[in-house]
Design a protein around this ligand. Structure first.
Ligand SMILES: [Ca+2]
Ligand SMILES: [Ca+2]
Length: 384
């Protein structure tokens, strides 16, 4: 019924801009127009209560746009969908305009994820997912997802997760993921972002801040296809911030493998500081991991730990890491990094990290900072 109404309206108003939409009441259903007459009409749903949000996610289909009004929402069951969008009729879940929306898991049953997406071609943007009893936001075997300007904070396991075979061409852009901690595991599992236990090419993380999590900033454990990680910061992970007397968090900035897979991830222009283990580590992945222009500063173990594999490291910068600048195997390729002979170490403009915690720019990109910048055009992260 809804669908046929949308079709009918489209045929009557083909020449009218896509912005035209007909309101069906406050918090109700809007029947809008998609670009181009050949496509199915999109359905825009604006929600302002938890019940409306739960219903809208449950009934989303290709072309559905769910806009969430300002406020804090408390789902009583995991927000879950197996629906697929398409590349031309995506399924979108986002804040309404520039309104501030928090989706809070504190009323979920123990062990529940806050959100679980199993379909393809979703766009989820400008939302906070917090206080889940387990994982915050989990994407399973999805194709073509865009997850932009999200916050995943203070969840009971990893903040943001991509997992499963068939995880292909997903973009995670401008994620803030912090304060995640799994009390059941004494902190040993909760990463800022986990891309684990799966496969599929074309996945990219960019513009992330991954910090103050109980386990690692980013973890690629047993993900057997290359992932691209760029322009991201991981800091303050692995500290016992929860007074857990049996704390088991790890605390690598970037854990780039493990679990017996050999995979050449691509890790460019990132920074790691103040983590309790290594800034960047292969974590037993023997693959030819590529690392260019990353910076590791003041981590408790090595800046770059690639002691068993075939990583290729170039133009990286390591300073003041307590376990050494780098630990490399004889099979690594290391050139033009500041630990290589004849390469000088440029000075940081500042080691005051305050601005790294600042609000993001209006488009969601990282805040401007001179922290850990050097002005060098050849070595280290550009911190943007
Ligand atoms: Ca761990
Ligand atoms: Ca981990």
């Amino acid at each position: 019924m809804r669908h046929s109404t949308g079709r009918h309206r489209r045929t009557r108003t083909l020449s009218i801009a896509a912005a035209v939409a007909v309101a069906a009441g406050a918090g109700g259903v809007y029947l809008g127009l998609s670009n181009g007459g050949a496509q199915a009409a999109s359905t825009t749903v604006t929600v302002s209560s938890t019940a409306q949000l739960e219903s809208a996610v449950k009934s989303a289909t290709a072309g559905t746009v769910i806009q969430v009004r300002a406020g804090t929402y408390y789902p009583t069951a995991t927000l879950k969908s197996t629906a697929n969008g398409t590349s031309s009729a995506r399924i979108t879940l986002r804040a309404y305009g520039s309104e501030k929306v928090k989706i809070d898991g504190s009323k979920l049953p123990a062990g529940s994820w806050l959100a679980g997406i199993y379909g393809d071609y979703w766009t989820v943007s400008d939302l906070t997912f917090q206080n889940s009893p387990a994982q915050g936001f989990v994407v399973t075997s999805s194709v073509g997802g865009v997850f932009k300007n999200l916050v995943t904070a203070k969840n009971g396991d990893s903040g943001f997760t991509l997992r499963g075979d068939g995880t292909t061409n997903n973009l995670v852009q401008n994620l803030d993921s912090y304060g995640n901690y799994d009390p059941a595991g004494h902190g040993q599992n909760a990463d800022g972002i986990a891309i684990k236990f799966g496969s599929g090419t074309g996945n990219k993380v960019t513009g992330a801040r991954l910090y103050n999590n109980s386990d690692d900033g980013l973890d690629l454990w047993q993900f057997s296809s290359p992932v691209t990680i760029e322009h991201s910061w991981a800091f303050g992970n692995g500290k016992n911030r929860w007074n857990d007397s049996a704390f088991e968090g790890n605390g690598n900035g970037y854990k780039l493998g493990g679990g017996g897979v050999t995979v050449a991830h691509v890790v460019n222009n990132n920074a790691a500081w103040d983590n309790t283990l290594n800034g960047f580590t292969e974590n037993s992945n023997p693959g030819a991991i590529v690392l260019n222009r990353n910076t590791a500063y003041a981590n408790a173990e090595a800046g770059f730990y690639f002691a068993t594999g075939k990583a290729r490291l170039a133009r990286n910068l390591a300073v003041s890491n307590k376990g050494g600048l780098s630990k490399l195997s004889s099979a690594t390729v290391s050139a033009a990094n500041n630990w290589d002979s004849g390469v000088s170490t440029p000075s940081f403009k500042t080691t005051d990290a305050t601005t790294a915690y600042s609000a993001r720019k209006s488009d969601g990109s990282l805040p401007a900072t001179t922290f850990l910048t050097t002005g060098s055009t050849t070595i280290g992260s550009t911190m943007n």
